[in-house]
Design a protein around this ligand. Structure first.
Ligand SMILES: [Cu+2]
Length: 302
């Protein structure tokens, strides 16, 4: 008896936990990396991540909440009305055509309703802006209302075992980004397991065409930066493309998001968004010298 009571309390507790994310939606973070105790998504600085926030906090959260409530109510009814004591002679029903149709059709309808904004966001992510096409932004049920300029910078990221190579394609400048150890990251004032020796530097409010591939004799990786709403596979021999346009300066971190081998967890992505003037100075110094010369033109991080 006590066991039954405990498991009933456990079910209620689990149901209550399911609603915690709703309470967390209000919280706002500014860092471009995960923070201790964080529950919600990382804050957005691009139109695509605006769409993902709106999709997650809107249709998805409402659907999940309603389904969880329905299942909770059904469970409580079963516990109260159909336990061995209050229902000693169970029904022998095996089929009920009406309810079987309902529990097949309703989930299909729910999936179709979720799929419409989901596919629209996916199409936005994978269509490089041409200056004409309008993007959803935070209004995922619009037919596109946000204008995005065509890309004026092309960056290629190549997944290596286990770090990232970057190339400014039009400037023909390349560098490798290697993760810093804990002491080096702390000295730089950057988060451990995310800080790298050289960040990818891009200008703010600029559409960046992001080309992603992997070492031809290597393995599959994935290039992901949560604050930008970017996640795309890095496949040997294939050039995948996505884009971002960050509206705030700062450092935004991501990680390889495809299990790729022993150091999969240790090939972080760090993108430093700077002003256009800072970027121009940085790129001029890079073209004239080394990446160290270029980074010397930027304010120190720590
Ligand atoms: Cu990887």
């Amino acid at each position: 008896m006590t066991g039954k009571l405990l498991s009933a309390i456990g079910s209620l507790g689990a149901a209550a936990f399911a609603f915690l994310p709703v309470a967390a939606l209000a919280q706002q973070q500014t860092a471009g990396h995960p923070e201790p105790g964080q529950i919600g998504l990382q804050p957005s600085v691009t139109p695509i991540m605006d769409s993902i926030h709106a999709f997650h906090n809107g249709p998805l959260m409402i659907t999940i909440t309603l389904i969880t409530l329905l299942v909770l109510v059904l469970l409580v009814i079963v516990i109260v009305r159909f336990n061995a004591k209050s229902n000693p002679t169970p029904s022998r029903t095996t089929h009920n055509t009406a309810i079987e149709i309902v529990w097949t059709v309703v989930p299909i309808l729910i999936l179709v309703i979720i799929a419409i904004p989901s596919f629209s966001v996916l199409s936005d992510q994978l269509t490089i802006p041409d200056g004409e096409r309008k993007y959803l932004g935070s209004n995922i049920f619009s037919f596109g209302e946000e204008e995005v300029p065509a890309p004026s910078l092309t960056v290629k990221a190549t997944g290596q075992q286990w770090y990232w190579d970057y190339e400014y394609v039009d400037q023909a400048k390349t560098f490798s980004a290697i993760m810093l150890n804990d002491a080096e990251a702390a000295a730089k004032g950057q988060p451990r397991l995310l800080a790298v020796n050289y960040e990818l530097v891009v200008p703010v409010n600029t559409t960046v065409r992001m080309q992603v591939t992997a070492d031809p004799i290597g393995v599959i990786h994935a290039f992901a930066v949560p604050s930008f709403g970017i996640k795309i596979d890095a496949v040997p021999g294939k050039l995948n493309e996505t884009w971002f346009n960050a509206r705030e300066t700062g450092i935004y971190y991501g990680q390889c998001s495809e299990l790729c081998g022993k150091d999969h967890a240790f090939m972080p992505i760090a993108v430093r968004v700077v002003t256009q003037e800072q970027f121009d100075t940085w790129m001029a110094a890079f073209e004239a010298g080394t990446i160290d010369d270029a980074n010397a033109t930027l304010p120190a991080l720590s």
